[in-house]
Each structure stands twice: as structure tokens, then as C-alpha cells.
Design a protein around this ligand. Structure first.
Ligand code: F6P
Length: 366
């Protein structure tokens, strides 16, 4: 295809590897004489027509940087725009035609969007309106279908695993039950893999509802066996058999209508009250999203970014770069957002965790 100028944006929550993708896309494009502009703050920059011109200098030295040099937003949705002065949460505006206008006014031949399910859903809507988009899947949650792994996940997993390793020393020394709360939204990938990698005793994930009685019994049994500490890894979105989750706030204006958090405190109190074992909570929160990407994420992000620009040259609009069997391929964006990729309660990873003696706090699984 005859491509002269492209736009790029990073949207949704930040995560390690965003800059590495921006760098790979830009280097691949610039070396072929294609102009690149970077919209600021996700789709907000397209609506407001705010962008920077990307030159080789702009993307030099950013491979190892966390966050995103372009800025991001998980509330700027052009289809339901709520930000002043163009909209409010009570009266959102559809500014998709403004975004389309700005795309054409900048004489862009394509847009590369880097984001999670919210961003991909918006990207798909713009594809249906005729905007030529190629997407790259990002999220620490690893919950996107149609790709084996999103970039950012490995970095978050590494932080969570290191936290479990460090917390072991306090658990051991004080003979406590330590609860480590991970992110992951509605998926248990970070919690499960970190618990396996860090040697957790109990892991609670949204896909397997837990029961307080099972947790207390398991901890008391460990104590009776002479094991004087325990590590519980709880995904922020874990729910009990009644479907209750720890929600800190509901935010109607966001693409994420609920903010999860605090399950570790709830569990810690429950354990002290019922099992009579001293317990403490540690919420890892945004620590998991910050800092430099792991080597794996730098590698994966570079492959994703280089491929995304190749896809633009091939006119693969409406497609997303996807990581499959250690190679990069392409899938329809629509397939990636059709449903979340969740942990299979009857799958290999859960089975392996059970086989090394972990509990999911459930009488049904295990
Ligand atoms: O989707 C990534 C994620 O970090 C989730 O794991 C978490 O629930 C959410 O974003 C937190 O978002 P925010 O930064 O808006 O609080």
C-alpha cells in the first residue's frame, strides 16, 4: 500500500512495554520514509487533535522506560465523551465524527492503537466507520482473547512474584498468614501464575468462587501439620460463593465501571477472627504496572510494534497483531474483543497448582 503518514496512540491503563511498541512502530515506519504522529492521551488526542511529531530522537532511549511518552487515558471514549468542555459524565457526547474528521485532516493513511479491551472495542467501532486501524494488545491482566499473551503481563507477574518472595520472610519470622493482593480485574492470571511461581499456599481468583470455611480449614490444617506460616495470593477480583467482590468505588464515566481493591484486608480480618492466626494484608496495586519492562516484555513489545507497521503496509486494517506459539500473527480485532480470556478452572494450570498442594479456597475445585 502507498502509506505516507500514520498516527499512533496508547490508551487505557499504562503498562510496561508501551514505549517499546511506540519505538518499534516508529523506527520501522521512519526508516521507510513514513511520517509518524503520536496522539496524546489515547483517543483524547484524536478528539482534541493534540499530537506530537515523532522523529528518531523522540523514540531514542525509550525501550526500557515504563509508562508511555504519549500519555494515556481510560476515560476518553470518543463515542461517549465525558470530559470538559465537550461533555460531562451526566451528558456524554458522541464525538466520533470529530475524531474521524481530525484523522482525515491530518492526512493520515492509518492509525495504530495500542490498548486493552476498552481501546480495542473503540478501535473496532472506528474500523466500522471506515478508519483504517491496526491494533496491538496491551494489558497487565492478560485477559484478551485471540492472543497467547499481552505485553505488560510478564512485567506485572515478575513484580508480583518478587513481592511474594519478599513477603515470605515476614510470614516465616512472625508465623503469620500474609495476604498478597494482585491486580488482574476480572481475570486471575497474575494471581495464579505468581502464586505458582512464588509458592503460595492459597490462591483466590475470580474464576473460582471461594468459601471462607474452606480457607480457614486449610490454614488450620497447615498449622496442625507444624507449618507456622501461610501465603495467600488473592486476585483483586476474586469473589466468594455469594458473588461478593471487594469494590472500592463505582465510576459510571469510566470504561471500567467498578474499581476493585481491598479484598486482602477483608480476608486478613476474617482469618484473624475465625482461624485465630495473626494476619496482615499487602495490596500490590499499581506497583505491578510501573517501572521498566522485563526482557520478555521488551522483546514481545518490539515484535508487536514492528509487525503492526508491517500490517499497515499490507493494508491489514481491522486486524490486531497477535502472539501465537512464540511468533506474531494477525487476528481480527472483533475476535479479540468478543470475550475475555479467563483462567479455566478445569485447565492445566489449576490442575498443576492443586497437584503441588495449593488450595483455591473452594470445596468444588481440589
Ligand atoms: O487493566 C489493568 C488494571 O491495572 C487492572 O488490573 C486494574 O483493575 C485496573 O487496571 C486499575 O485501573 P486504574 O489505574 O484506573 O485504577
Amino acid at each position: 500500500m502507498n502509506i505516507k503518514k500514520i498516527g499512533i496512540l496508547t490508551a487505557g491503563g499504562d503498562c510496561p512495554g508501551l514505549n517499546a511498541v511506540v519505538r518499534a512502530v516508529s523506527k520501522n515506519a521512519l526508516r521507510q520514509g513514513v511520517e509518524v504522529i503520536g496522539f496524546k492521551n489515547g483517543f483524547d488526542g484524536v478528539v482534541r487533535n493534540e499530537f506530537i511529531k515523532i522523529t528518531p530522537d523522540v523514540v531514542s532511549g525509550i525501550l526500557t522506560l515504563g509508562g508511555t511518552i504519549l500519555g494515556t487515558s481510560n476515560i476518553a471514549n470518543p463515542f461517549k465523551y465525558t470530559l470538559p468542555p465537550f461533555g460531562t459524565p451526566e451528558a456524554p457526547n458522541d464525538l466520533s465524527s470529530v475524531a474521524l474528521h481530525n484523522f482525515h485532516a491530518n492526512q493520515l493513511d492509518a492509525l495504530i492503537t495500542i490498548g486493552g479491551d476498552g481501546t480495542l472495542t473503540m478501535s473496532q467501532k472506528f474500523v466500522e466507520l471506515g478508519m483504517p486501524i491496526v491494533a496491538v494488545p496491551k494489558t497487565i491482566d492478560n485477559d484478551l482473547s485471540a492472543t497467547d499473551q499481552t505485553f505488560g503481563f510478564d512485567s506485572a507477574l515478575t513484580v508480583a512474584t518478587e513481592a511474594i518472595d519478599r513477603i515470605h520472610t515476614t510470614a516465616q519470622s512472625h508465623h503469620r498468614v500474609m495476604i498478597i493482593e494482585t491486580m488482574g480485574r476480572y481475570a486471575g492470571w497474575i494471581a495464579l501464575r505468581a502464586a505458582i511461581a512464588g509458592g503460595g499456599d492459597i490462591v483466590l481468583i475470580p474464576e473460582i468462587p471461594y468459601n471462607d470455611d474452606v480457607i480457614v480449614d486449610y490454614l488450620l490444617k497447615r498449622r496442625a501439620q507444624g507449618k507456622n506460616f501461610s501465603i495467600v495470593v488473592a486476585a483483586e477480583g476474586a469473589k466468594n460463593e455469594q458473588g461478593e467482590q471487594a469494590i472500592t468505588r463505582t465510576v459510571a464515566a469510566s470504561t471500567d465501571p467498578i474499581r476493585l481493591g481491598g479484598i486482602a484486608y477483608k480476608l486478613s480480618n476474617m482469618i484473624e477472627d475465625r482461624a485465630k492466626i495473626e494476619s496482615r494484608a499487602c495490596v500490590l496495586g499499581h506497583m505491578q504496572r510501573g517501572g521498566t519492562p522485563t526482557a520478555f516484555d521488551r522483546w514481545l513489545s518490539t515484535l508487536y510494534g514492528a509487525k503492526a507497521f508491517d500490517m499497515v503496509l499490507e493494508g491489514k486494517f481491522g486486524y490486531m497483531a497477535s502472539f501465537r506459539n512464540f511468533g506474531i500473527t494477525e487476528v481480527k480485532i472483533a475476535d479479540a474483543v468478543s470475550q475475555l480470556k479467563l483462567v479455566d478452572p478445569h485447565g492445566e494450570e489449576v490442575k498443576a497448582a492443586l497437584e503441588v498442594g495449593m488450595s483455591f479456597g473452594s470445596a468444588q475445585i481440589g
